[in-house]
Design a binder for this molecule. Structure first.
Ligand code: ADP
Ligand code: MG
Length: 696
């Protein structure tokens, strides 16, 4: 039987209807999807490591003679096997085992294991390794080639992935067609395409052969990787272009501005718009006056005044008699917007509604009633605004704060709020600027405006960098002094990778320490382990000056405006990315007082860390910082998943592969000219079923 690329996965051996459903969870539905489901990384089971040379968290093959095997009754019953090879020894531990297994580990036999080395109570351990027992001392590792490790989902084992990829490599691979004509490629990329056909590249990634360059495989620099990365980046770029093109066929309400009303709005503000705000506002206004649904991202540094630009867009909706909503990721931020929008709109006789999950049921019902009837044109809130029960009479504009793109669920939820042929205009706002080359690739479906100027009179935050060991006590004194003058302080605790429990603990300890040492000052605490409600309560206390010093982990809210806070202390600043530090620093410098940011670091300081801290001391410009961040390649902070939204890649990595990005647009144009018929198949191959929600 031969397989076709479009055959369902259920046609593969070992895949029944239940397994097919599990595979669909990772978007693998067809034979082609299996072929393009690429390994995440590779395990090296070819090399054997001496027991005397083990390092924690290393995953490796070891061989040893069984010295002792016994069942131990500790907190959990386990089978403990002690092995040694003359250079050292290791404990193999099994928590789940049967009688036969227990008996098979006999003193004097040899065992070969593959697993991760961890520190245990008596030296290194391997817990539940893969193992094989033999009478003679075995030679060599488990495999002669690198072992692929596939991204997976619950209930789908690596063994199954290997089985099904074996089948498609044998039968489906020959049918994969080359879609990108080498003539479309710039000279610099042609060599990768000449070095490896698509079929070879896929087979090299699924089954790296003996003698392959291990580093190149792990770091994705092999010719096979390079050509697949280009394909994937192109496919995503095309899929974004296509979603932009689809939008052109949808229609949104035409909203013309009312210049008189706008004049009254501006006269009431108490400040004049900066020229950057005026420019971006004009761009937005043009969008809204067209019946093509707007999809615009407004990027602007913290404090650049994005809210008022969004409010002007909402005013244009009101002028056209159309409804507009503004959503923020947290209740606290939304409340802040609510206060601002009321102050701006109510003097013009325009009411603003409020909707959050916390809103009492009766008020909620009243607001929802007014939204259905069309009595209320404007509303502010959290995502409660687009929950099922909420209906609108004619929703024409959705503004989302602190977000780069609209989440899948949000877009789907919105679809049900408007007639099928009527789509609202979309505006997103973010304080994390994305350098141009990246923007072209990941925002090919968005229009981007930048507010690249701060309102006049802002005093830049003065940033100082200090070693914690010798200066921390002085800094605590400084906190006392600042609070004594009626101002407030943020104290940000270190980032502890991959453990929000430890992170929360560190913050709790710091809060205790500070409240002991800062007698009479009120110290508040927020960290990721708190419930959202608890977090909001503390944040609100800080906003209302019921708390003097706010100890926080890096979860601290973006966009929170507490003008009285004029000092921020950041511990272990050397561990954080530039963009993140800049965001944090943006919490101060919002009032009329001069503000300070103290970056404490632990020695020794790496070159990268030194460069990062230096950059922060020298500039307050978010765009400069974003470019630098990319240059220095700090923690990869810039492109966290929050920023890329729903786009996920199989082989490409936007940070690692950034050198390729500027070329993608050009290649795409070439392909449109030379092989337009290949575009859809390319999207289908790489983005596949997932794009129904990228486009949602
Ligand atoms: P962000 O871009 O960080 O969301 P906001 O919209 O919260 O910034 O604005 C920060 C502060 O600056 C607000 O208090 C806002 O009223 C004020 N503001 C905005 N534009 C101007 C301006 N052109 N001149 C003076 N103050 C302004
Ligand atoms: Mg804001």
């Amino acid at each position: 039987m031969t397989l076709a690329l479009s055959d369902p996965v259920a046609s593969l051996k070992g895949v029944g209807p239940q397994m097919a459903a599990k595979l669909a969870r990772v978007h693998v539905r067809t034979v082609q999807d299996v072929l393009f489901h690429l390994p995440l990384r590779y395990e090296d089971r070819t090399q054997v490591t001496d027991l005397g040379a083990l390092l924690p968290s290393l995953s490796t093959v070891v061989i040893g003679e069984i010295e002792l095997a016994q069942v131990v009754f500790g907190r959990r019953r386990s089978l403990v096997v002690r092995i040694s090879d003359g250079t050292g020894s290791l404990t193999v531990r099994l928590f789940y085992f049967n009688r036969a297994q227990e008996k098979s580990f006999r003193r004097g036999l040899w065992v070969k294991c593959f697993g991760e080395v961890r520190p245990g109570p008596k030296g290194y351990e391997m817990v539940h390794p893969e193992y094989r027992i033999s009478a003679e001392r075995p030679q060599g590792g488990f495999d002669s080639t690198l072992t692929p490790v596939y991204p997976t989902t619950e209930g789908v084992s690596q063994l199954l992935w290997r089985k099904i990829t074996d089948q498609v490599l044998q039968q489906g691979l020959q049918q994969v067609a080359e879609l990108i004509d080498a003539r479309c490629l710039p000279q610099s990329l042609r060599s990768a395409y000449q070095a490896s056909t698509l079929q070879d590249a896929l087979s090299a990634l699924h089954r790296p052969q003996k003698g392959v360059d291990l580093m190149a495989m792990q770091q994705a620099t092999s010719a096979a990787h390079q050509r697949l990365i280009v394909e994937e980046l192109l496919a995503h770029h095309f899929s974004l272009r296509r979603s932009r093109a689809l939008r052109a066929h949808e229609s949104a309400p035409v909203m013309l501005p009312d210049k008189t009303l706008e004049g009254r709005f501006l006269a009431n503000l108490g400040f004049t718009l900066t020229s950057a705000q005026q420019r971006v506002s004009a761009e937005v206004s043009t969008d809204l006056a067209s019946d093509t649904p707007a999809m615009r991202l407004i990027q602007g540094d913290v404090g650049s005044g994005k809210t008022v630009v969004a409010a002007l867009a909402m005013l244009q909706a009101v002028s056209a008699g159309v409804q507009a909503v503004m959503m923020a990721p947290t209740e606290l931020l939304a409340e802040q917007h609510y206060a601002n929008l009321r102050a701006w709109f109510e003097p013009l006789g325009i009411s603003v509604g409020w909707l959050a999950s916390k809103t009492p049921a009766r008020e909620k019902r009243a607001v929802m009633q007014q939204l259905v009837s069309g009595e209320l044109l404007l509303a502010v809130g959290t995502h409660a605004l687009i929950q099922e029960a909420v209906e609108y009479r004619n929703l024409g504009l959705v503004v989302i704060d602190e977000q780069h793109r609209f989440g899948v669920e949000q877009r789907l939820a919105l679809r049900t709020k408007t007639p099928a042929d009527r789509v609202p205009h979309h505006i997103a706002m973010t304080a994390t600027p994305i350098p141009r080359t990246l923007a072209m690739t990941i925002y090919a479906d968005l229009d981007v405006s930048s507010i690249d100027e701060l309102p006049p009179g802002r005093k830049p935050v003065e940033t100082v960098v200090m070693p914690a060991a010798s200066k921390r006590n002085d800094v605590i004194e400084r906190v006392r002094q600042v609070c004594g003058e009626g101002r407030q302080v943020y104290w940000v605790c270190p980032l502890i990778e991959e453990s929000d429990a430890l992170e929360a603990q560190a913050a709790t300890d710091t809060a205790e320490e500070l409240s002991e040492r800062l007698d009479g000052l009120r110290v508040g605490l927020v960290h990721g382990r708190l419930k959202p409600k608890e977090k909001e309560t503390v944040m609100a206390q800080f906003r209302d000056a019921e708390v003097d010093v706010l100890v926080a982990t890096t979860v601290i809210e973006v966009g929170v405006d507490v003008p009285r806070a004029s000092l921020m202390v950041i511990e272990n600043a050397e561990r954080m990315g530039l963009a993140q530090l800049h965001q944090l620093r943006g919490r101060v410098g919002r009032g009329s007082e001069k503000s300070y940011c103290i970056l404490l670091y632990q020695q020794p300081l790496s070159q990268h860390a030194k460069a990062r801290l230096q950059t922060l001391r020298e500039t307050n410009d978010g765009f400069v910082i974003a470019e630098k961040d990319l240059e220095i390649r700090g923690a990869g902070e810039l492109l966290g998943t929050r920023q890329t939204g729903s786009i996920s890649f199989k082989v490409a990595d936007l940070l690692r592969d950034q050198a390729l990005l500027p070329q993608i647009e050009g290649i795409a144009d070439q392909m449109v000219a030379q092989a337009p018929q290949n575009i859809e198949p390319l999207i289908d191959r790489w983005v596949g079923a997932k794009e129904d929600y990228v486009n949602a």
